[in-house]
Design a protein around this ligand. Structure first.
Ligand code: UD1
Length: 426
């Protein structure tokens, strides 16, 4: 079992590059199946979630080559339509393969994703929309069987702009005869990236990035090359690392337009933030100011994925801040861990009230991806040493997280427990 040992209190400095976005690469890799051709994806992060997705692609009959940060997917011989249970269980977001596989192969069999570390993650919106497009879906013993032979275009209205449901509908509709529309679609940058990739593959999609998407089905899609957008959540994590350590750092490969809500909150906290093309400069204030209220919302509102790292930064503020988590209440699971570091947080359902305090090092356990990253951010700004277990969660979404922090001069070491002989330094 691996863990991070973090020395707190060291200022960060210098520049680090932000890798490609996990939440963009996963649906884009699912989309490669639709091409029946060779696709090349640049700036693909090396994450455990990407490794799981590659295993799924290989199971479907694709040949995959990962060289540096370029992933080549050859889907010319992809003809399988079943995804084994163990691969589905590894990663909840693999439900994104449902639309792509069923529409390409005519059928699909996969198991329902069930819960994940963020609690129960329903897929009712996916199922309802795909049924409205004529997909036959049956659920038995935890498995979903899909048939696409009666699928047709249609007008879908989402009662909530779910990211995954919007992606599943788009992946299903690009090859359907006629015009499909999605109203109240999700507008996240990762959906725009998926649509841009599909358009390069020959898809006809209008309204990309708006809440009303129009898809005209095409008979044939082909291979394409695409560079993944920068990961806005990784960028916000590093910005919060600058905040807790009172540092000045620069980030390379960022898009200011994707970071508006987080930048606004951190400026309210006293940070100086400037953008120069694809670079960002952040200088933390001497004293972090509290923020009246942060409410997580769908894009372009404040992202739920950045909530935990911002909470870690606010734990060190001079005053009281309030966070309302509207999407995944289980993100508050880190509160007891932060409390071990002397953080003063009171939770009532979806609301957390954070009173700024001095943080001290502690023995901590990561329980989800972004919460795990937030513990590292808090530990970097704490007095003394922290040990963070459960880093497999962090590695789902951050490529070489420890190396990003050490590049900035932070004190973090990854330890691997060698069976029977204590710890081994890496
Ligand atoms: C995606 C992101 C995740 C991010 C989330 C919200 C990926 C791989 N993951 O997850 O990092 O936190 O968007 O920005 O891109 N819901 C339903 N029924 C459904 C689907 C969703 O009730 O069928 C609810 C969920 O419980 C949640 C909310 O809708 O409360 C948002 O979920 P959704 O936008 O679907 O998130 P994901 O696509 O799972």
């Amino acid at each position: 079992m691996e863990k991070y040992i973090v020395g707190g209190g060291k200022k960060l400095e210098g520049m680090v590059r932000v890798h490609g976005a996990k939440n963009a690469v996963l649906p884009i890799l699912a989309a490669t199946v639709l091409s029946g051709d060779v696709c090349r994806i640049y700036d693909c992060p090396r994450l455990s979630d990407v490794s799981h997705t590659i295993k799924i692609l290989e199971t479907l009959g694709c040949r995959v080559l990962f060289s540096g940060s370029t992933l080549t997917v050859d889907a010319t011989s992809a003809d399988k339509w079943e995804i084994p249970e163990e691969l589905m269980r590894e990663m909840r977001s693999s439900i994104i393969f449902l639309g792509a596989v069923a529409s390409k192969m005519g059928k699909a069999r996969l198991c329902a994703p069930g819960g994940c570390e963020l609690g129960n993650r329903p897929i009712d919106l996916h199922m309802k929309a795909l049924r409205e497009l004529g997909m036959t879906l049956s659920e038995e013993n935890g498995f979903i069987e899909a048939r696409a032979d009666k699928m047709h275009s249609g007008d879908i209205h989402l009662s909530f702009p779910s990211v995954g449901a919007t992606e599943n509908i788009i992946l299903s509709a690009v090859g359907l005869k006629g015009e499909t529309t999605i109203s109240n679609a999700a507008r996240e940058p990762e959906i725009v990236d998926l649509c841009e990739f599909l358009i390069k593959m020959g898809a006809d999609i209008e309204g990309v990035g708006t809440e009303f998407i129009r898809i005209k089905g095409v008979a044939h899609l082909h291979g394409a090359e695409h560079r993944i957008i920068p990961d806005r959540i990784v960028a916000s994590t590093l910005m919060c690392a600058a905040m807790t350590t009172g540092s000045e750092i620069e980030l390379l490969n960022v898009r200011s337009s994707h970071l508006g809500a987080v930048v606004s909150v951190l400026r309210e906290s006293g940070a100086k933030i400037e953008f120069f093309k694809d670079k960002m400069y952040i200088r933390a204030p001497q004293k972090i100011l509290p923020v009246d209220i942060i409410k997580t919302q769908v894009y372009p509102g404040f992202p739920t994925d950045s909530q935990s790292v911002v909470m870690a930064a606010l734990c060190k503020s001079e005053g009281t801040s309030v966070i309302v988590e509207n999407l995944f209440e289980n993100r508050f699971k880190i509160i007891p861990e932060l409390a071990k570091m002397n953080a003063d947080i009171i939770q009532d359902g979806r609301v957390a009230v954070i009173k700024g305090n001095k943080l001290c090092g502690a023995h901590l356990r990561a329980m989800d991806l972004r919460g795990g990253a937030a513990l590292v951010i808090a530990a970097l700004g704490a007095e003394g040493e922290s040990v963070i277990e459960g880093i497999k969660y962090i590695e789902r979404g951050y490529e070489d997280f420890d190396k990003m922090i050490t590049t900035l001069g932070g004190d973090i070491i990854k330890h691997k427990e060698a069976i029977g002989c204590g710890f081994k330094r890496e």
